[in-house]
Design a protein around this ligand. Structure first.
Ligand SMILES: [Zn+2]
Length: 150
């Protein structure tokens, strides 16, 4: 489970949020000029990124505000949370963050997480692959979240 830092409310449990799909999908300037195919692509075609992905979230049981998040779809690491309307943050300046993340064990099998292994031995086999991320995340972390606490 993810610990998500709402820009308005602070760190909250993932269950308080709803996923809103890919971020930065702009409404067409002149929809009437689009072909059916272009309109369909606007409506339905989305990236299926393996790695860092910009997506929208809403704090549905909290402040009910939307925001954007840069999240790694492999490691579940949250790299950045930023306001709607802001451009996607450039993570190339903080390439060390990505490098640090990639050194982690691939979460294909939860048991291969060193932390998950500890949880597993404690008798909690039902942990989701993302669970260790929550355990490692600092509740005081703000954006951008560095890899040092992970
Ligand atoms: Zn909130």
């Amino acid at each position: 489970m993810l610990l998500i830092s709402c820009p308005n409310c602070g760190p909250r449990d993932e269950t308080e949020f709803h996923y809103g799909g890919q971020a930065h999908i702009a409404y067409p300037e002149s929809p009437n000029d689009l072909t059916d195919r272009q309109w369909a692509e606007y409506l339905f075609y989305r990236e299926n990124t393996k790695g860092t992905f910009a997506e929208r979230w809403v704090h549905s049981t909290g402040c009910r505000q939307w925001f954007n998040m840069l999240r790694d779809t492999v490691s579940y690491d949250i790299h950045s949370i930023y306001a709607m309307g802001q451009p996607r943050p450039d993570l190339s300046a903080s390439a060390a963050v990505g490098t640090g993340s990639s050194q982690k064990t691939e979460p294909d099998q939860p048991g291969e997480f060193s932390q998950a292994g500890d949880y597993g031995q404690a008798g909690e086999p039902g942990l989701a692959p993302g669970a260790p991320t929550t355990g490692a995340a600092s509740p005081t972390a703000t954006t951008p979240i560095s890899s040092e606490g992970v």
